[in-house]
Design a binder for this molecule. Sequence first.
Ligand SMILES: Nc1nc2c(ncn2[C@@H]2O[C@H](COP(=O)(O)OP(=O)(O)OP(=O)(O)O)[C@@H](O)[C@H]2O)c(=O)[nH]1
Ligand SMILES: [Mg+2]
Length: 284
Amino acid sequence: MRRNLTNPTVTVVVPAKNEAANLREVLPKLPAVHEVILVDGNSVDGTVAAAREALPGIRVVNQTRKGKGNALASGFLAATGDIIVMFDADGSADPAEIPDFVDALIAGADFAKGSRFAAGGGSEDITILRHLGNGGLNFVANRAFKTTFTDLCYGYNAFWRDLVPLLDLPDVNRAAPASGMLWGDGFEIETVINCRMAAAKVRISEVPSVERRRIHGESNLRTFSDGTRVLRTIIAERRRHHQAKASVTDISVRRGAHHTEFDRAESGSTSRFDEAKGRRERIA
Ligand SMILES: Nc1nc2c(ncn2[C@@H]2O[C@H](COP(=O)(O)OP(=O)(O)OP(=O)(O)O)[C@@H](O)[C@H]2O)c(=O)[nH]1
Ligand SMILES: [Mg+2]
């Protein structure tokens, strides 16, 4: 599939759980785009009505299970734009930065990763402790995936929609397990997406971003348990990546092939593992 690099359409996916007051302020500030999708998490504060009032053309999608991860997966599936922007509803993401993400993708990135720690980025909402924790988690992830992320734990990102299959997020049509959530349904989603993009060796550009303070409502962040969750996610995703690599190599060896049979149309991947060279190569 050829990408539309001259005038790509943009879908902004907004997961929201009880964010009526924030959406009233944030949605009117969004730039004009192809579509904005609100993914409602069974809000009880009039989130959907507030969103429709603030942005009459907004599309509303109900998520299929619980959690921010399932909300994003549901939104990605409903999206029709060439580019998807992940955009929190709480006022922490600056609408004025959306063109920077789009420009990075047009300039050649597959995944435009927001970073509070790249030159020009920042945060109004980070403590010294969280800053240090972030640094440690970036270090671990960069060792695990041979990347140079400066901000693994940040959810303001954009990517070409043709990469959605590559993310292999939990099927939105699956029933919720007894525990309520599948792996990837919860707040681990941001790290899951970053790790899977890195594992697939897509082209990643960091976009400097300034994180704003949530406008209304209480922060849901718990420094230690969220930090531990990110660490567990990096470990689980690294294991997943190694298992996938092992099974791909195994199939390839059994077929006597030099290259694995993944191609871009089938897997959404822009690269394939070259057995002879022992590394992934870009698909022309
Ligand atoms: N649809 C849906 N949205 C959710 C769910 N959980 C969180 N969100 C939304 O995801 C976005 C990010 O969640 P936040 O609670 O702000 O989490 P955070 O950004 O990590 O932490 P703070 O901003 O510090 O509270 C917000 O727009 C939330 O409304 C959910 O279960 N379903
Ligand atoms: Mg937030």
